[in-house]
Write a protein that binds this ligand. Structure first.
Ligand code: ADP
Length: 304
């Protein structure tokens, strides 16, 4: 059986000023070693969930266990098992990365002999900048330093809140690599994201939260199978006269010289469709396809 790093049952949160639940009886387990994506629109309850885990917000009811330890029974140990990378960068520009790390280690009571700050900086590709002024770091380096800061007490679980919000494409992929490296070293990762491609690329499991409820939670692979729809656009060299009868049911849009077809990959393949056209002597010019991505699934789930 897989080791559970997070076990949450019946977790609810109602802010005193609010009419409805920010989290409404959530049950969720997260396996050790996973990169787990928490998706949901604004106001879904993602930050509330993360803040409860990291001790910034009190829950209203329910049970939360981190590494098998009950949050109510031992909040300090639970906090020690979690590193949190907040959305905003808060780094003192006049300190060097290693100074920032050492101050953080002091705050967490990390003993000198357990201080692995240089190693952590090395793992995050910041070793050469360890003694530089932090204000001289690039945006990507600052973000990696935020991750390093969250790792000073060597927690088995790292939570990243919108890790690549407002980050450009190149920095984004560097940050993804750093996250993957940490995960390979055994750190379980939970990340919230608005950016669905990020979850698709990084995560092995995904939960979708909406209005305080988990509306779906599954392996990413299964999510991707949820919609096995594919779109195929075929352009022909000649005007289309009659659509083959076996294709008609897949036809979404017909123009003079092009057809847009939508079908389930589990029912028919692109090759089968092309074969039908070729056998009927259609002259094909261009073919393009579009698979459903997480975005489509997300929209579908929210509509439901
Ligand atoms: P997300 O992180 O998914 O955007 P949040 O957890 O921030 O969602 O918010 C969930 C719900 O709780 C929203 O309706 C939000 O307005 C409400 N909420 C969040 N923080 C507070 C607070 N401190 N006081 C009152 N309501 C809050």
């Amino acid at each position: 059986m897989e080791n559970k790093i997070i076990e949450v049952s019946g977790l609810s949160k109602k802010y005193t000023s609010a009419k409805s639940f920010a989290l409404d009886h959530i049950d969720l387990t997260i396996n050790s070693g996973s990169i787990f994506g928490l998706l949901g629109p604004n106001g879904a309850g993602k930050s509330t969930f993360i803040n409860i885990l990291s001790g910034l917000t009190n829950k209203s009811s329910g049970v939360v266990k981190v590494c098998g330890i009950d949050l109510d029974e031992n909040p300090k140990t639970v906090r020690g098992n979690i590193g949190v990378v907040p959305q905003e960068i808060n780094i003192d520009p006049f300190f060097s990365p290693i100074q920032i790390m050492d101050i953080q280690a002091g705050l967490y009571g990390v003993k000198k002999e357990n201080n692995k700050n240089l190693e952590i900086l090395k793992n995050l590709d910041l070793f050469e900048k360890a003694k530089a002024y932090s204000r001289s770091l690039s945006g990507g380096m600052k973000r990696r330093l935020m991750v390093a800061k969250a790792m000073v007490h060597n927690p088995p679980l790292l939570i990243l809140d919108e890790p690549t919000a407002g980050v450009d494409v190149e920095l984004r992929s560097k940050l993804w690599n750093s996250i993957r490296t940490l995960n390979k070293k055994g750190v379980t990762i939970i990340l919230t994201t608005h950016y669905l491609k990020e979850a698709e690329i990084l995560c092995d499991r995904i939960a979708v939260i909406n209005k305080g409820k988990v509306i779906a939670c599954d392996e990413k692979k299964k999510f991707m199978q949820l919609l096995d729809e594919k779109e195929l656009i075929i352009e022909f060299s000649e005007q289309i006269k009659k659509i083959p009868s076996e294709i008609k049911k897949y036809c979404k849009k017909k123009e003079k010289k092009s057809l847009t077809l939508k079908f389930k990959k589990s029912k028919i393949s692109t090759a089968d469709i092309i074969k039908i056209f070729v056998e009927k002597k259609f002259k094909l010019k261009e073919i393009s396809t579009k698979e459903s991505d997480l975005e489509d699934i997300f929209i579908k789930l929210l509509k439901e």
